[in-house]
Write a protein that binds this ligand. Structure first.
Ligand code: CP
Length: 306
């Protein structure tokens, strides 16, 4: 039995296989429409979500399976003090696979050690969001043809943004990747990512504050929201929240084939006028999240080998 806690839990070869499967599922949905008949996915979400939870549920339904779960800690027995380990022991007897989001870093990992079914980390605090990373990699491969030889700008809240942390971890394994880390001083990428991931793997990167300065160099611009829920006080959030706003004027500085990604939800950091720019790929990215999660469920349930 396999869990997914980090994007590094899959080798790059396994990721290619997963993405090939996602492609086939996208192109031939009818082939897979009963693959998970009789199987159940539990979505245990202790934090709000639109895309991750609903795309997991859509993915399982597309595979002919069923879904159950809760969408907030308040609507589960966590509100009465139940531990994650007790919850997953019980869920293990109700479902075949579980996707878990939790505000505490490491909670899905704890769950996985008490589980008899595969557990997928659907986002743990400011730490990791591996299935968003699978979505991001799959979107890049689908729209650019491959994942190497790219200069990638990561912009916004690089301190608390778990999608950024997971994505950096995953991308350093590909050929000729360069990063431009665009953030205010207070929201820089954590030191452990700079030292243990970027420096350790000799990955070229620069840190800049001005988005305009970075724009002309980028093949991909990955925008992120300032993570209000991770700030210790509202004042700091209000000061930071509109630090970056991508608009049509800034898009004029970018390459003609640059791609704009965003894990969503967005708040103000991408002006809606950018949505009509052919380089805006964030809604397509959310759609690709369904195919890659279908492939992930199918793989972790070992459906193809039954
Ligand atoms: N990208 C993402 O994780 O979105 P949700 O918070 O809506 O799941």
């Amino acid at each position: 039995m396999r869990h997914l806690m980090s994007p590094l839990d899959f080798s790059t070869e396994e990721l290619e296989t997963l993405m090939d499967l996602a492609d086939d599922m996208k192109d031939h949905p009818e082939k897979y429409s009963e693959s998970c008949h009789g199987k159940k996915l539990a979505t245990c979400f202790y934090e709000p979500s639109t895309r991750t939870r609903l795309s997991f549920e859509a993915a399982m339904m597309n595979l002919g399976g069923n879904v159950l779960g809760f969408s907030s800690a308040d609507s589960s027995s966590a509100a009465k003090g139940e531990s994650v380990s007790d919850t997953i022991r019980v869920i293990s007897s109700y479902a075949d696979i579980c996707a878990m989001r939790h505000p505490k870093e490491g909670a899905p990992l704890v769950a996985s050690t008490h589980s008899t079914i595969p557990v997928i980390n659907a986002g743990d605090g400011g730490h990791q969001h591996p299935t968003q990373t699978l979505t991001d990699l799959y979107t890049i491969r689908s729209l650019q043809g491959s994942i190497g030889n790219l200069t990638i700008g990561l912009c916004g809240d690089l301190k608390f943004g778990r999608t950024v942390h997971s994505l950096i971890n995953a991308l350093v394994r590909y050929e000729n990747i360069k990063f431009v880390l665009i953030s205010p001083e207070e929201l820089r990428v954590p030191e452990y990512i700079r030292e243990d991931v970027l420096d350790k793997n000799n990955i070229p990167y620069v840190e800049v504050e001005r988005l305009e300065e970075a724009m002309p160099k980028l093949d991909i611009l990955y925008m992120t929201r300032v993570q209000r829920e991770r700030f210790f006080n509202e004042e700091d959030y209000l000061r930071m929240k509109d630090f970056y706003i991508l608009n049509s004027e800034k898009m004029e500085l970018a390459k003609e084939n640059m791609m704009v990604l965003h894990p969503l939800p967005r708040v103000n950091e991408i002006s809606v006028e950018v949505d009509n720019d052919p380089r805006a790929a964030y809604f397509k990215q959310a759609q690709y999240g369904v195919y890659i999660r279908m492939a992930l469920i199918y793989t972790l349930l070992e459906v193809g080998t039954c």
